[in-house]
Design a protein around this ligand. Structure first.
Ligand SMILES: Cc1cc2nc3c(=O)[nH]c(=O)nc-3n(C[C@H](O)[C@H](O)[C@H](O)COP(=O)(O)O)c2cc1C
Length: 201
């Protein structure tokens, strides 16, 4: 099948997010301007580059996480292992601003080192970030997309020591991430393999 993206696909559900999948989940912790912690998952999330290390998440409308980053200039990415799937899901509920989702989800907070906002104690990893910019994309017809892409540079890296292998690598299989597929689907990893890039001819 083929369809033009500005026409209807004819399927019962939009396939786009199932095609660009699985996506890592950026579980974003922030503080609001009153200092109340906030935590929510974002799967329009990724690393943009590694030197310097820059992450982004994209907010449909100016949700609390993006508004908090705009107000404070900081956020932290928390790693979502399979063992944390239920608290992650609880934290996605449409809580009112000022509600601490760490409490709602029964999660312990650990203090930031380079940012004021806390992270999820016991997460396999957490990446503290400082805001670079918030991009509100202009579409082909010149209108503004109702999304805000928050770009932050990583300033601090927490890793659970038990996730480091004897060879000194972050152990992805042990960290056991859940990844967002389309619809309400998630996937987990069942195999890790190495593929070394060929030398240039
Ligand atoms: C796995 C998962 C991924 C999500 N990804 C996004 C996303 O990329 N962008 C978005 O705007 N909302 C996303 N949501 C919905 C937000 O988590 C939800 O609206 C949440 O209440 C926002 O919280 P906040 O207002 O405290 O930032 C996602 C929800 C789940 C469960």
């Amino acid at each position: 099948m083929f369809y033009k993206a500005d026409e209807h696909h004819g399927l019962p559900y939009n396939p786009l997010k199932a095609i660009v999948a699985p996506r890592p989940i950026g579980w974003i912790s922030t503080l609001d301007s009153q200092g109340v912690p906030n935590l929510a998952p974002y799967s329009f999330f990724n690393a943009v580059c590694d030197t310097p290390p820059i992450l982004m998440f994209s907010s449909g409308g100016m949700k609390d996480s993006a508004a908090n980053v705009e107000a404070t200039g900081e956020f932290t990415f928390n790693y979502v292992s399979r063992s944390l799937k239920d608290p992650m899901n609880i934290s996605s509920a449409p809580h009112a601003p000022g509600v601490n989702e760490f409490d709602e989800a029964g999660l312990e907070m650990a203090p930031g080192k380079t940012v004021a906002c806390p992270h999820v104690a016991g997460a396999a990893a957490a990446l503290e970030c400082k805001l670079l910019e918030i991009v509100n994309p202009t579409t082909l017809d010149g209108s503004k997309a109702p999304y805000f892409m928050v770009l932050g540079q990583v300033t601090g890296v927490h890793i659970d020591d038990s996730m480091i292998t004897e060879e000194g690598r972050f152990d992805t299989m042990k960290a056991d991430p859940i990844l967002r597929a389309g619809y309400h689907d998630y996937v987990c990893l069942d195999e890790l393999f190495e593929l070394v890039r060929p030398d240039s001819a």
